[in-house]
Design a protein around this ligand. Structure first.
Ligand code: FAD
Ligand code: NAP
Length: 703
């Protein structure tokens, strides 16, 4: 085992929602079991590390956000390295794990940018870069990447010390490293679900071969999880197999509950303080309107938010974060399951455990100091999140029944990976679902705080223009619905479900005329926070032609664009405005053609020159060609679109679903460019990439 000095390495992370951070923390925690010492820091914590003088290997874990942008915590770092002279980091040996999502353009762009730049600055890889895809499951790449990291670090230390001592054996080490690199690369490339897990014998004294205690069926194994298995039930061969279970994560929090002295009970005030600290504004909902018919497949609801008492300005293209609570009934059930029903009003006091082995352990910054237990579970923790394997592993320790213990071990083990994906990850099974299924599991509150992520606000695009309706912003959301499955009952999306319920007293049926309405004293209120988007904006030059593609609620920002354009056209009579196209898609002409009247009015007054609508589930009218989706309609107008983009320097905007629509629209665009310009696929891809670089092909998409 290398000695302390030779075994120290640095882990730097750039995280937006905490995923990169938690992977970096995992690396740092596992380091000591492999004989290394890890120092961990966020990239933004510049006083904690100094790459200019860093002599040890550096491991970067960075995510990508938005349209390929660096996470907020990596912004300064990315900017800084762009301005450094070449060879600045020629002393640096590093490995990089990039996180991204192939549902979005510019997959892993931040990681790739940092990697490229570090290479230009002379830094050298000691281990191939990993590109993990949240679209298919980060762990498919992350786990084997971490598994291979330890050997690579050993080699890197050996190589670095050999270099230092000018040892002659350097050539042989490099050869071995290359061999090992290519083996690891092969492993990453194969995309086989080879999960990183410590052998149980490495962390515990005896091998964990629990007796199968759940009933077994005779079903034979299939390619995924065997038939007959369920969340709580396993079947052979898993039920009889010995298991490689991950190391038990170190706990780091001491939590105690204290009675709140009567004179200090301040509830609402406390909440207001927390809300203000997080940058939210309380605004009344002056109007709520169903935009879709009762028989529509999905409901879309418009909210008019009264900003007149707030100093809140926005541009079309911006969005607003909406703060939403966990559902009361789910908080109630959780309190019940934790045995803390009567302590709901007690104050949660958190402290770092003095004996924790967790590197860089910190108190969660998003939990206010004096909050009550009920407040914590309602407003601070994403209790609906899918428990990671490390959480499942920790739950084992708090489960009494032998059979249930064994099943939880299986679900977090290497051997039970297909079951974890099938019964937990793919079904979005949450902690409460696990606690309902595993009756003898009673985790302490501290474990929840250690493992559940921060409850995130949800973003909604402005569907209005402040120029046309000063002091007001409209948002439109579709109610997300998840059908029941064996792992959990039917559910609505957390925020869209809450908003629908929250505004139910003022919710008007579709067909009601959309008039501006003043907020009243009894109007429901919500907390919002502006979320500027400096890229998804109308071009500053109004003569630039525009193509907008926004099916479903994806049309929201374009309503804002068009309102703004309408107002500008009224105010600047002598200005030349470029032509405008909107491709909209919905299921049925008479059920979910949202903003129909407003869009037709834009066409009448010349603000919108071409409105092209596709109805995915209606039969075509008369002789019209069937265009199921927006991209089919676009293909019919490919000459115009290509000419706008490549001859007239125009802009193309896409908003809405990232998973299918945005990808298919991208493919259609590539096809149009290839056909119209007689290019091959590669050339057409390059043309589209150039449009992206020039910020003339812009996406605001979400899955
Ligand atoms: P959540 O509870 O967060 O559930 C949504 C996701 O969680 C699902 O996609 C799924 O992956 C997973 N999930 C959770 N539970 C289950 C389960 N039981 N079964 C299956 N999957 C599950 N949306 C709009 O409608 N209008 C907009 O104008 C809009 N603008 C946006 C602008 C931006 C910049 C961004 C980033 C997003 C925007 N969105 C918009 C999306 C919006 O922010 C929310 O993601 C959306 O409303 C769903 O949130 P939710 O809390 O209702 O659902
Ligand atoms: P939706 O579910 O996306 O459906 C709208 C239309 O798109 C339907 O006619 C649907 O047809 C069709 N469609 C399905 N697959 C498609 C594909 N591959 N290509 C093109 N069209 C396809 O509408 P929605 O319920 O309003 O949801 C819109 C999504 O965008 C939501 O996820 C929402 O959260 C998100 N959103 C994001 C932003 C943002 O990021 N700024 C803003 C607004 C909305 P069928 O169902 O008949 O197949």
């Amino acid at each position: 085992m290398p000695c302390e000095v030779e075994s120290r390495f640095l882990v730097l992370y750039g995280s937006q929602k905490g995923q990169a951070q938690s992977i970096a923390e995992e690396i740092s925690e596992l380091a000591s079991e492999h004989g290394f010492t890890a120092e961990i820091s966020c990239l933004s914590n510049v006083e904690k590390y100094n790459l200019d003088s860093e002599r040890g290997p550096v491991v970067f874990v960075v995510s990508t956000t938005g349209d390929g942008e660096p996470p907020d915590t990596a912004l300064r770092f990315v900017k800084k390295i762009k301005s450094l002279p070449s060879d600045h980091f020629s002393h640096l040996h590093y490995a990089l794990l990039a996180l991204g999502d192939t549902n979005y353009a510019n997959f892993c762009n931040c990681g790739k940018t940092i990697d490229r730049r570090l290479q230009q600055l002379g830094a050298r890889h000691f281990y191939p870069t990993g590109h993990a895809d949240d679209g298919t499951g980060l762990e498919i790449v992350v786990d084997p990447w971490i598994e291979g990291l330890w050997d690579a670090l050993k080699k890197a230390f050996a190589k670095m010390s050999a270099t230092n001592q000018e040892a002659t054996a350097q050539g042989a080490i490099a050869e071995k490293k290359t061999e090992q690199d290519s083996q690891i690369q092969e492993k990453l490339d194969s995309s086989v679900v080879s999960l990183h897990l410590l052998k149980l014998s490495d962390v515990e004294t005896k091998k964990n071969v629990a007796e199968p205690s759940v009933s077994e069926s005779e079903n034979s194994e299939t390619s995924g999880a065997p038939l007959g298995a369920s969340l709580i039930r396993s079947v052979p061969p898993l039920s009889g197999s010995s298991l490689n279970v991950p190391a038990l994560p170190s706990s780091f929090l001491d939590v105690c509950l204290e009675e709140i002295p009567a004179e200090e009970v301040e509830g609402a005030q406390e909440d207001a303080h927390h809300v203000a600290e997080e940058g939210f504004y309380e605004v009344p909902v002056s109007r709520a309107l169903h935009l879709t018919g009762d028989d529509a497949v999905k409901s879309a609801i418009l909210l008019q938010l009264d900003l007149s008492d707030q100093d809140l300005l926005y541009q079309p293209g911006d969005a607003f974060d909406v703060r939403c609570p966990n559902r009361d009934d789910e908080v109630e059930q959780l309190l019940l399951r934790l045995g803390l029903k009567h302590q709901r009003n007690q104050r949660v006091h958190l402290q770092l455990r003095k004996d924790t082995k967790k590197k860089g352990a910190q108190l969660p910054s998003y939990i206010p100091k004096k909050c009550s237990l009920e407040y914590l579970l309602t407003w601070c923790l994403e209790i609906r999140s899918t428990p990671k394997k490390a959480f499942v592993r920790s739950l084992v320790e708090w489960t009494r029944d032998g059979g249930e213990k064994r099943r939880l071990q299986e679900l977090c083990s290497r051997e039970g990976s297909a079951d974890y994906n099938r019964f937990i990850r793919d079904t979005n099974t949450c902690l409460l679902d696990l606690l309902q299924a595993f009756k003898s599991c009673s985790p302490p509150l501290s474990l929840l705080i250690e493992h559940l992520p921060k409850l995130q606000p949800r973003a909604y695009s402005a569907a209005s223009s402040g120029l046309r309706t000063p002091g007001r912003v409209d948002i439109v959301f579709s109610l997300v619905e998840f059908p029941a499955c064996p792992e959990h009952p039917e559910r609505t999306g957390l925020c869209s479900g809450w908003l629908t319920h929250h505004v139910s007293t003022i919710l008007q049926p579709s067909g009601t005329k959309v008039l501006a309405e003043k907020a009243r004293s009894d109007s429901p209120k919500i907390h919002i926070r502006p979320r500027a988007n400096n890229i998804f904006r109308l071009p500053p030059d109004p003569s630039v032609p525009l193509v907008m593609v926004g099916p479903g609620t994806g049309v929201a920002p374009f309503i804002g664009f068009l309102q703004q354009r309408e107002k500008e056209r009224e105010e600047k009579k002598d200005t030349a405005f470029g032509e405008t196209w909107l491709f909209f898609g919905c299921r049925h002409k008479d059920k979910d053609f949202i903003f129909r009247e407003e869009l037709e009015k834009f066409v009448e007054n010349g603000t919108l020159n071409h409105l092209k609508v596709s109805f995915s589930r209606d039969e075509p009218d008369g002789n019209e060609p069937k265009t199921k989706y927006v991209q089919h309609q676009m293909l019919l107008h490919s000459k115009n679109i290509v000419s706008i983009l490549l001859a007239k320097n125009g802009c193309l905007y896409v908003c809405g679903d990232a998973k299918n629509m945005a990808k298919d629209v991208n493919d259609a665009l590539m096809e149009m460019i290839a056909v119209e310009l007689q290019l091959d696929k590669l050339e057409s891809m390059k043309t589209l990439a150039k449009l992206r670089e020039e910020k003339r092909y812009l996406q605001d998409i979400w899955s």
